[in-house]
Structures are given as structure tokens and as C-alpha cells.
Design a protein around this ligand. Structure first.
Ligand code: NA7
Length: 546
């Protein structure tokens, strides 16, 4: 089908609409358009491509995956021509990369920027999705694909008085493009997750004074970021096939394997040595030192104690050291941050730490933050308070499937879907890295490539076989949610009670473990089996049946 030229009143008719122009949306456009020859448009509210990397421009924003793995692997030419400059890519560099991808594959003509999707309704009569946007332009498509990212709906805490604050406030996920000048300012940062841990050292260097408001202390491993030298760049390119193989056949889609060794297989001295080496090497590989770190509480405690000891060694003020190392969850049960000088920052004279567990925030005043103990005068408040993760961006849109069923209603008890790919009652809608897929427990690009390729193959199958629609069955979806939660219960992950993996960071959100924690390889194998069994667990409707 060819897209029809449009005006404000007539819908653009397409084969597929993709929402979001980040890693997922760009690749999905490329495959549907160039591999399958379909008419496709990508819609994105932003004024540029990049998805999460378009919005997250806060100081110190950087990816925790190593740059040679934080890339598309589908094109050898693309891999060969792109050069990362540092061990972990900074936000501007990732944004340049995604812009390069958009140009290289001539994707821009099919990307409509500055367009926020308001609603997507499926109608039974024509078996199509009807999409409205904030520009007034409407679209109609057979396939509706969300590529909205897992961490893109900012969680701004509902603290009374925020409107009255006389200074400026920002959420890290919606950072102003012109940047924020902290020079000479009294700054407060709320939140000590991965984002706060990246931003705090950079803000502290510029601000006159920084107050960090900590609710939950966090583990963090030094990133040991360095510029990449030519020999590593060459090595990464020459071994791209090897890295791809490792990333697609392990648990977490990172370019390293988790050791087969158990914590108690080695002596205490040996274990200490292993942790020391991993600490010096830096990065997420620390959690790959032993196989059972996320399964066995005693094993986990050895890593947790090692890190707590490091924090106490690093932070010179004993009160701050105690507060920073008083961590209430197992290591890696929340997404483990990596940092560049986070704990060291608390040794600077201009940095204070407030314990919100003891003295919670009561309100925001015109002057600053009022806790149960004191008022902190601030010029700028930075909320590094995370996201309404995995479901937030989907539920913000008015999505309606069969019989006007809203996604909000279908998911009122938590996200129900099959394989994180399809929701029962929402035919021909696909969710790239949706809840129920390994997504955020993985290095994202390989997880995205897998989903996009699975969806493309599925759509190709539908097109070739003249199938009108496909949709996950209710039974398979219910079984899958149970499988996800059973897999979580085999690990220590649910023990982090405030984790966004569980939706616990957003008041009123159902507590369901959202990402699939059974491992990327296990998940991919399951997805392949489903296809081999003729899309078992999915219902299809053929044209002849209508
Ligand atoms: P996270 O990991 O959700 O961290 C948010 C932080 O903000 C965390 O320390 C929270 O404390 C804190 N928070 C949230 N709401 C409040 C309120 N109301 N008051 C005080 N403190 C609060 O988000 P990030 O942006 O750091 O990281 C998200 C992901 O992005 C990361 O995992 C990477 O995958 C990339 P809490 O722990 O809930 O007590």
C-alpha cells in the first residue's frame, strides 16, 4: 500500500505506524520499509531522533554498557565505519551515532518529528489502527508498533509546594537542551539511582554547594572510564562476530559471560582477590564474578560487604560513610549503578548528604526543600527520581484494542502480555522491549535487535499468508506473566522492595515484576520455539474468515 498524501483532515494510510525514533524505532522502520517493502511512518514527540538519548542530557549522562556493545550489530558496514571514543559512550556521542544511523539508511523521510501520539484505537470493521496526534494529523495503519523505550516517562515526585519554588527545578530525563549553569549556585539533587550517581560528581564540581537528598543508599562500582585507544578499537571491530555471539547467547546481552564459579567454590582470600580485580577493572562486569550472586543471599552478602567496605574506605567523614553504605537490598537486586568518582564526591567541602529515611521531605517551599528537620535553601533542584518504567509511556497514550478495551483497564492489575511482545485483545499491536521481555535486565541494543527482527518476521509471515491479524492469547499471556514472576522468585531481585523493576517507585502502580529475569538466551530460545510451533500462544485471523 502506498501512503496517501495528507492534509489535516484525512488520515495518512499506511501499513505500519511506529511510535518512537530511538534505537528501536529506527531499526524497525528500516526493516519494515526496506526488507518488507511496507509503507511506514515513525512518529516521535521530540524534535530529533534518539529516543532516551534525545531527552537525557543531564550532566554526566553516559551509558553503562561498554561502547563497543552499545551499538547495532545488524550491519557490518555500520560497525566498521563508526568509532566510539570512550569505554562508555557519553550522551552526545550516542545521539550523534543515532543521527548517523538515520542518515546512513535514509530513514528521515519516514520519520515525523514533533508529533505526539494521543490515541491509537483498533477498529474491528476495517481491522486497522487509527491514530491521532497533537498536530491534528491522523493516521491509519494495519500494524501499530510501540518503540517508546522502557525508561522515558519521567517520575516527578508529587511533593506539595513544588509550584511555589522560586528557583529552577529540572528532571534529569527532561533536561533543557541549552544546559543548566550551576556556577555559584546552591543545588539540591533528589535521588541516588544510576542517574543521580552519574550527575552528582559533575554538578558538585560546578556548584557552589550541593546537597544530596538520599532516600535509599546504593551500591556503585567504579566505571573506570577511559578514552579508547586504536588497538582496542581495532580489536572490537575485528572481533565483532565474537562479541555478537557472546551478547546473543548469554544472560544479559553484555559482551561478557557470567562466571560459572560459585562464591563458595573459592577460599575467602581468593574471593577477595577476585572482587579486588573486578573493582579495579570496573563496570558492570563486577556482577559477573560469580554465578550465584543473584541467587544465593549468602553469596550476595560477600559482594555487598566488599562494596560497603570500599565505600567506608573512600568516604572520609564517618557519618556520611555510614549513611552511604547503609544499603537495604542485596547487591544488583536494583539496577547496579557504575560511577566516576561518586563516593569521592562526598569528601568535597561543598557537598552535604541528607538522610531522607530519617528526615523525609515534607514539602517544597519558595526557598528550597523542607524536611522534617530543616529547610535547605536552594537555587536549583534536580530530580534524579527515575521513571514510570516500562509501562508509563504506553499507558500515557490512549490505546484501545477490541471492543474499546483500554490498555489502562487491560493492565490494571499489571502488564499482561505474551513474551513482552503482544497484549491479548490488541491485534497487530507489538511492543518492542515491552514489560515481560528481558529488556532492562540486558544491554539494550541486542534486546532491541532481537525484538525488532522477531516482529518483522512475524509481520512478513502475516503478509505472505494473507493473515489479517495476530494477537496474543489470554491463556498464554497469563501463563507468561506467571513465568516471569516465577523466574524473578528464583532470584534475589524481588527483595529490593522499592525497585522500579517491580513498579514500586510509582505510588499506586501495581506491584508486578516487569522485566523477564530468566536470561536473554532462554528468552530468545522461547521466542524461536513459539515461531517453530506456528506462533503457538497467538491467535490469528485470516482474510478468508472475514
Ligand atoms: P532510579 O533508579 O529509579 O532512581 C531514582 C532515585 O530517586 C532513587 O534513589 C529513589 O529513591 C529516588 N526517589 C524517587 N522518588 C523519590 C522521592 N519522592 N523522594 C526522594 N527520593 C526519591 O532512576 P534513575 O534515573 O537513577 O535510573 C533509571 C535507569 O536509567 C537506570 O537504572 C538505568 O537503567 C538507566 P528510592 O530508591 O526509591 O528510595
Amino acid at each position: 500500500m502506498n501512503p496517501r498524501s495528507s492534509n489535516q483532515t484525512s488520515p495518512v494510510l499506511l501499513d505500519a505506524i511506529v511510535v518512537g525514533a530511538g534505537f528501536s524505532g529506527l531499526y524497525q522502520l528500516l526493516l519494515l520499509r526496506d526488507k518488507l517493502g511496507l509503507s511506514v511512518k515513525v512518529l516521535d514527540a521530540a524534535q530529533g531522533v534518539g529516543g532516551t538519548w534525545y531527552w537525557n542530557r543531564y550532566p554526566g549522562a553516559r551509558c553503562d554498557s561498554e561502547s563497543h556493545s552499545y551499538a547495532y550489530y545488524f550491519s557490518k558496514e555500520l560497525l566498521d565505519e563508526w568509532e566510539w571514543s570512550e569505554r562508555y559512550p557519553q550522551q552526545p556521542e550516542i545521539l550523534r551515532y543515532l543521527n548517523h544511523v538515520a542518515d546512513r539508511f535514509q530513514l528521515r523521510p519516514d520519520i515525523v518529528l514533533g508529533t505526539r501520539v494521543h490515541s491509537a484505537h483498533y477498529t474491528e470493521t476495517d481491522k486497522r489502527w487509527h491514530i491521532t496526534t497533537d498536530t491534528g494529523q491522523t493516521y491509519s495503519a494495519k500494524y501499530f508498533i510501540t518503540a517508546v523505550g522502557c525508561l522515558s516517562s519521567a517520575n516527578i515526585p508529587d511533593i506539595s509546594g513544588l509550584d511555589s519554588f522560586a528557583g529552577d527545578w529540572f528532571h534529569t530525563g527532561e533536561w533543557p537542551h541549552e544546559g543548566v549553569d550551576f556556577t555559584g549556585k546552591h543545588v539540591g539533587v533528589v535521588g541516588t539511582g544510576s542517574t543521580g550517581i552519574q550527575a552528582i560528581p559533575v554538578i558538585a564540581e560546578q556548584a557552589k554547594h550541593l546537597t544530596v537528598f538520599q532516600r535509599t543508599a546504593n551500591y556503585s562500582i567504579p566505571a573506570r572510564n577511559v578514552p579508547l585507544d586504536d588497538s582496542f578499537k581495532r580489536y572490537a571491530k575485528e572481533n565483532a562476530d565474537h562479541f555478537r555471539e557472546v551478547m546473543t547467547t548469554n544472560t544479559n546481552a553484555h559482551p561478557f559471560r557470567i562466571s560459572e564459579r560459585l562464591v563458595h567454590d573459592v577460599s575467602e582470600d581468593e574471593r577477595h582477590q577476585i572482587y579486588e580485580e573486578a573493582w579495579l577493572k570496573g563496570g558492570l562486569q563486577f556482577r559477573a564474578t560469580f554465578k550465584d550472586l543473584l541467587q544465593n543471599p549468602d553469596s550476595n552478602r560477600t559482594a555487598a560487604d566488599f562494596i560497603r567496605h570500599k565505600i567506608r574506605q573512600t568516604v572520609t567523614d564517618p557519618v556520611k560513610a555510614e549513611l552511604l553504605s547503609d544499603i537495604d537490598h542485596p547487591f544488583a537486586a536494583k539496577r547496579p549503578p557504575i560511577d566516576s568518582g561518586y563516593f569521592e564526591t562526598f569528601n568535597a567541602d561543598n557537598v552535604d548528604l541528607v538522610n531522607l529515611r530519617e528526615t523525609p521531605i515534607e514539602c517544597i517551599t519558595p526557598r528550597g526543600i523542607q524536611t522534617s528537620k530543616a529547610e535547605y535553601s536552594l537555587d536549583i533542584i534536580v530530580f534524579a527520581t527515575g521513571f514510570d518504567a516500562m509501562t508509563g509511556s504506553l499507558l500515557k497514550m490512549d490505546i484501545q484494542g477490541r471492543d474499546g478495551m483500554t490498555l489502562q483497564k487491560a493492565w490494571q492489575a499489571g502488564p499482561l502480555n505474551y513474551l513482552g511482545l503482544q497484549v491479548p485483545g490488541f491485534p497487530n499491536m507489538f511492543t518492542i522491549t515491552g514489560p515481560g521481555s528481558p529488556s532492562v535486565l540486558c544491554n539494550m541494543p541486542p534486546a532491541i535487535e532481537h525484538h525488532v527482527e522477531w516482529i518483522t518476521n512475524c509481520i512478513e509471515h502475516l503478509q505472505k499468508n494473507k493473515i489479517d491479524s495476530i494477537e496474543a492469547s489470554q491463556e498464554a499471556s497469563e501463563r507468561w506473566v506467571a513465568t516471569v514472576n516465577a523466574a524473578a522468585n528464583e532470584t534475589l531481585l524481588p527483595q529490593a522492595k522499592h525497585s522500579w523493576y517491580l513498579g514500586a517507585n510509582v505510588p499506586g502502580k501495581p506491584r508486578v515484576f516487569m522485566p523477564y529475569p530468566g536470561g536473554f538466551l532462554r528468552y530468545r530460545t522461547r521466542c524461536e520455539e513459539v515461531v517453530k510451533q506456528g506462533y503457538a500462544g497467538f491467535r490469528v485471523e485470516r482474510e478468508s474468515a472475514s
